[in-house]
Design a protein around this ligand. Structure first.
Ligand SMILES: Cc1cc2nc3c(=O)[nH]c(=O)nc-3n(C[C@H](O)[C@H](O)[C@H](O)COP(=O)(O)OP(=O)(O)OC[C@H]3O[C@@H](n4cnc5c(N)ncnc54)[C@H](O)[C@@H]3O)c2cc1C
Length: 499
């Protein structure tokens, strides 16, 4: 019998890894988190430049509600006795779409439905029908404790406690949002709107977006709302680390895991790039599945189940990111925090087709020097378009791409270019380098139409004592989604450890 120093080692301090670690630490497990970068948070981290505090990625945060069971970020922080002040956002997204479709998704559900129905009066019933079904999914989710669907005693317990909610979820599990939308809506333009409603967080059109995720996103924005953490999104991870340490867990930065160590096919520890080895009863990878099974484990150890998963799911594109500091005069009064810009429906899924914008300083002015705002804009981009370039060509391509994006944004923020105070460009290469994600991917997307979430893998892997957590496990991308994955993963490990 090996004498293990740790109950579990978590590879990576993204939100998925940190929720797993904190939950296990509160149950008395000895936890070590190894993070390759110098700060926690991964795609939900932040960095400072010349007085600006930029979010690396996520800025539109779900999961900070005060009621129900789906407010997983609130719960994760409370569990380790730490607090984070948040500011509620009155509008989730302001869409600027072709056909002069200018729609705001208000926090207030009826205001949103009214605005959409005014644009599509013949579809008022259909709109209520589609979003009403989303509420059905959400109400089922929001009435049950969200833990590991791989743990049969929990499944039995929730089934007996909430049989109708469970049956409701089972019904929607194999379905996609597009199928449900077409049952209620006929107008082709409105169906395109439902497509971009899905695409902007799932990077897939409605037909390929699981209904469970759509139900969650399209309802929680009106229920728990979108809430921005004071001090920036990076504070969520910082607070989780504070809680982890309070609960007796440890985190080490600049600790890149190069290999997961196996003995007789079972995970027993990890090796760092410097050669140090650590052993634990359970190993949790918060790295993507492609990195976990393609890099941290030798190819010969790739389980058949993973190969099958890779045949079903592919890497989504990464992003071209502009982190801008702009004079406050550029941002007109009553501008919303989050925007989506698309000029041509046929380009929605193209390289640099859809443009995302967040202006977090509208919710927390302390993130920028006085008199300035942050404009964080990003658009999908594939790694292959940024490879095989000389350093000079790479710099030139970055500059051209940034100029093009700024020119497009002039439509909604006139004077943006002349108001620029600071600019930093990130590419898929930046995402790969700083987030350790293969090709800088945002996460998995299906290769073809799949039956909802049925084929998304959970936390247990085919390798004994190795678990995965984060956006390449059920239920997918997004901070609240990876927090769900963290709750499920820690629950499963706690049961396996007998805690
Ligand atoms: C541009 C952008 C915008 C986004 N906007 C939103 C949004 O508005 N709202 C929202 O909810 N979500 C958003 N997301 C998605 C969300 O940020 C992610 O889904 C989520 O943060 C992923 O969390 P994770 O725990 O799975 O992994 P990650 O955030 O990728 O964290 C993994 C961590 O593991 C570390 N790591 C990896 N490999 C190793 C190794 N070998 N050794 C040690 N450490 C390692 C990494 O350094 C990283 O810190 C956005 C993402 C991006 C990129």
């Amino acid at each position: 019998m090996m004498d293990y120093q740790w109950d579990a080692i978590v590879i990576g301090a993204g939100i998925g890894g940190l929720v797993t670690a904190t939950q296990l630490a509160t149950k008395g497990a000895k936890i070590l988190v190894l993070e390759s970068y110098v700060i926690p948070g991964g795609s939900a981290g932040q960095f400072a430049r010349e007085g600006y505090h930029f979010d690396v990625g996520a800025s539109m945060i779900f999961g900070f509600g005060q009621q129900g069971t789906t407010n997983l970020l609130t719960r994760a922080l409370e569990a380790v006795d730490v607090e984070l002040e948040t500011k509620s956002d009155p509008v989730q997204i302001h869409y600027h779409l072709p056909n002069e479709l200018d729609i705001k998704v208000h926090r207030d559900y009826d205001s949103f439905i009214d605005e959409l129905a005014q644009r599509f009066p013949a579809e008022r019933e259909g709109i209520r029908g589609f979003y009403g079904e989303c509420w059905k999914v959400f109400n089922c989710l929001n009435s049950i404790e969200l833990l590991s669907l791989e743990e049969y005693r929990y499944l039995m317990r929730v089934f007996f406690q909430r049989p109708l909610s469970c049956l409701g979820l089972l019904k929607y599990l194999p379905l996609n949002a597009g199928d449900i939308a077409r049952r209620h809506i006929k107008d082709p333009l409105l169906l395109k709107f439902i497509d971009i409603e899905c695409y902007c967080w799932s990077v897939s059109k409605a037909d390929w977006t699981p209904m469970i995720n759509a139900g969650m996103v399209f309802s929680d924005r009106h229920y728990g709302g979108i809430n921005y953490p004071k001090g920036g999104v990076g504070k969520i991870a910082e607070k989780l680390v504070e809680g982890l340490e309070k609960a007796g867990g440890q985190i080490r930065y600049k600790s890149r895991v190069s290999e997961i160590l196996l003995d007789n096919g079972k995970a027993i520890g990890i090796e760092l790039t410097g050669g140090e080895k650590y052993y634990a009863k359970k190993i949790v990878s918060n790295s993507t599945r492609w990195d976990t099974f393609g890099k941290l484990l030798a190819q010969k150890n790739m389980p058949a189940r993973e190969r099958k998963w890779q045949q079903r799911y592919q890497e989504s594109p990464s992003f071209l990111n502009l982190h801008l500091g702009v004079d406050e005069s550029v941002i007109a009064q009553n501008t919303e925090c989050h925007h989506i810009l698309l000029e041509d429906w046929s380009k929605m899924e193209d390289e640099q087709g859809t443009v995302f914008v967040s202006i977090p300083t509208l919710l927390d002015p302390s993130l920028a020097p006085q008199g300035y705002h942050i404009v964080h804009t990003f658009t999908p981009s594939w790694m292959q378009n940024w490879q095989n370039l000389s350093p000079r060509e790479y710099e030139q391509k970055k500059e051209d791409a940034a100029n093009n994006l700024i020119a497009r944004l002039e439509k909604i923020f006139p004077g943006l270019e002349s108001g620029l105070d600071y600019q930093e460009v990130g590419t898929p290469r930046t995402h790969r380098r700083f987030l350790g994600r293969k090709n800088g991917t945002y996460g998995p997307i299906s290769r073809r139409k799949l039956p909802g979430l049925l084929t998304m893998p959970f936390n247990r892997t085919s390798i004994k004592n190795l678990y995965c957590v984060g956006d390449s496990t059920f239920p997918g991308q997004g901070l609240n989604a990876v927090a769900f994955s963290g709750f499920a993963c820690s629950h499963l490990i706690a049961v396996d450890l007998g805690l």
